[in-house]
Ligand binder design. Structure first.
Ligand SMILES: C[S@@+](CC[C@H](N)C(=O)[O-])C[C@H]1O[C@@H](n2cnc3c(N)ncnc32)[C@H](O)[C@@H]1O
Length: 232
């Protein structure tokens, strides 16, 4: 049957909008070669604070909740994975003795180092979590908006690595914005990256128990604890 006049145009516009918002295409592109996601973030960081972490009310609320979910616990050592320019790091510093903030973007790391010059409680390191091992563990590993641009093999590898970086009894805090795939019940099975897929995978990892799990309309915040004995 022929579509009524005007409807076809509107539905193709909606389809294009959905395709752009979906970002599966971007993820496929960036995960084709390992250097591509590094290059993508380097380009994004040409403009300081590309995600408007410092100014957007949405980002400020997300940051507030990300710390609130930690409860009253004070941590000795924290690892912040994908710290960017270090805009969230001061919030972690309020809750701990020492932060190691890591990111693979040279531009972001340069800004973070400038920000924390003279602050002995913050160590800023440039590294790619897909390829780097650390020989130390932390009471808290904090990771926000990191996993979208990894393929499933990298996701599994980095996920296990984050758990290894947790001291027994240490906490892992994950924060990811929801995508169109979060609304699709079958998305996880088809490997489409979404907060649901990422967080549900961590929920099933051996050696972790779930302390809190907030599935909010725009993002998911999950706090897990490494059991004393178990190693993933
Ligand atoms: C979307 S930004 C989020 C920044 C910050 N965590 C936040 O929530 O505002 C993702 C960050 O992760 C970093 N990143 C992505 N993949 C990485 C990897 N494999 N190793 C280290 N850093 C990575 C990027 O450079 C970028 O700073």
């Amino acid at each position: 049957m022929e579509a009524p006049p005007g409807r076809g145009g509107l539905s193709s516009f909606a389809a294009v909008r959905r395709w752009v918002a979906d970002e599966t295409w971007l993820k496929r592109l960036l995960t084709a070669r390992r250097w591509m996601s590094r290059a993508y973030f380097e380009v994004r960081y040409i403009v300081p604070d590309p995600w408007r972490v410092a100014t957007s009310p949405y980002e400020r609320e997300r940051a507030r909740l990300s710390v609130e979910v930690l409860g009253g616990r004070h941590y000795a050592g924290v690892l912040e994975v994908g710290c960017g320019e270090g805009l969230f790091t001061p919030r972690l510093l309020d809750r701990c003795g020492h932060v190691v903030a890591v990111d693979f973007s040279g531009l972001a790391i340069r800004r973070a180092r400038r920000r924390f010059a003279g602050e002995p409680r913050v160590e800023v390191e440039r590294l790619d979590v897909r390829t780097t091992e650390l020989d130390r563990t932390f009471d808290l590993v904090f990771c926000a908006e990191l996993f979208y641009y990894m393929n499933s093999a990298e996701f599994e590898e980095v996920g296990a690595r984050l758990v290894r970086w947790l001291a027994p009894g240490g906490d892992l805090c994950l924060v990811h914005g929801t995508s169109v795939h979060d609304a699709e019940p079958g998305a996880a099975e088809t490997g489409q990256m979404s907060a649901r897929m990422i967080h549900d995978r961590f929920r099933r990892m051996p050696g972790l128990v779930v302390l809190r799990d907030l599935a909010l309309p725009r993002y998911r915040v999950t706090l897990l604890r490494r059991t004393e004995a178990g190693r993933a």
